[in-house]
Design a protein around this ligand. Sequence first.
Ligand code: NDP
Length: 482
Amino acid sequence: MAFPEIHKKLFIGGEWVESESGERFEVTSPGDGSIIGTCAKGTAKDVQAAIEAAREGQKALAKLSVMRRAEMLHDAARIANRRAEEDSTLLCREVGKTIREARDEVKVYSNPHFIEAAEGLKRLRGLVHPSTQEDSNNKRILVTHEPVGVVGVISPWNWPNDIPNIAASHGLAAANSLIFKPASTTPFSAIALAEIYEEAGFPAGSVNVITGPGDVVGEELVSNPGTNAISFTGETVTGERLTRIAGIKRLLLELGGNGPLVVMDDADLDAAVEATITGCFYLAGQVCTASERVLVHHAIHDVFVEKLVARTRLVKMGNPLHEDTDMGPLNNPANARKVQAHIDDARARGGRFLTGGGSNGLYFEPTVVDGVTSDFLMARDETFGPVAPIMTFGTVDEAIEIANETPYGLQGAAFTRSLKTAFALAEGIRCGTVHINESNNYWDQLAPFGGMKKSGLGRELSDWVFGELTETKQITIDLSRS
Ligand code: NDP
């Protein structure tokens, strides 16, 4: 099917405008290499203009009542649901994720954020605090929440609709203004979000989009003192750089992962195999929460691996737009080079490739590698590709030690029928989330999400993200002097 090319501009202060440089960049589809369209290539000056517009937009938004903001978010949900199929197809084309995965992202994960933010806003309450002072009967201490101000929302290419919309929907609910800076291989989904917010009636300047290179647009957003908070999702190495250039401002960092999936000897093996398939091959393994290491108890190793290989061979790789495709291509050549380097390293270290291991351009086969040890690149670093590296262990303590030996700590999972073992693993694994008898790639939209160690700072999703995007203020009143 041929799609017309799409050409989009920057969105600054309620106007769709070209970059001040007049330059544009092309976006291609990883599925077939075709050109999707072009976007304006923003500059530092464009970011500065957006920050000014966002200051004014924030004031206008903060003047609106809570109920009006909630109503606009409900309108945004209706608009987003109306265009969901079109936005899912665009997402499928720009990321290379399958059309079913794209619909999941838009309809199951991103669009509900509008409603969660609207409802959460009505629960965003303060406190009346007791005073510890001598004259405490005269003191009233109120705790309130205020918007942080202008929020830069810098997002990655693997979830370009859902991820920026977590901070966007909740940030706007709490009367912050936004500047989106989407990944350059997948800019159209964030632009779609801005169109939705514009149609829902958010004031001019409260939502802005600057597309363009991360090291220009992203760095200006982060280092410019005019932004009050940055919601960044991306690689750990980029997040580390942002901490150095941000100065003093709120940083919500959702970074890389190297998620362990532990399979104990008493586990439901069929369930563990299915979870491994979802954990390793969903979105061709390009998920921060993916099962990047599969830790298998040696007593059930042979039977588990046999089942896993048979099931992996059923994963259908192909054109992401086809309804029956299970797994599409990788998103971009840089990621493909990284995945290939991890595969080459595993071969050089004697890893046993039980299925897969081949590639054609951006299409990498679903792969199971046995005999992986802690010195393999795929055990130490995030592979971000469709690979299930099998490692073995003998005791719960050993499993926890291996699980914790990387610098990452985003999302872990474990399969066991023993409550005692479940708690030992859940409490021992240093990750922001540990799922018991559920895949690493499971997310619950109302629960806190975020990483420990080098996987991030802060927690997001639903009410938790309000904590990151509001300032908590104390107001003390002495009644004796009033
Ligand atoms: P990158 O860190 O390469 O890029 C993320 C975003 O940052 C892009 O918009 C990019 O723009 C921008 N950027 C790049 N360099 C800079 C810079 N110097 N200053 C400011 N912004 C910059 O990550 P990827 O896009 O490759 O995303 C994949 C990574 O994201 C993986 O490590 C994955 O684990 C992580 N991730 C984490 C999640 C979590 O919740 N913890 C969720 C999803 C992904 P441009 O594209 O123009 O370079």
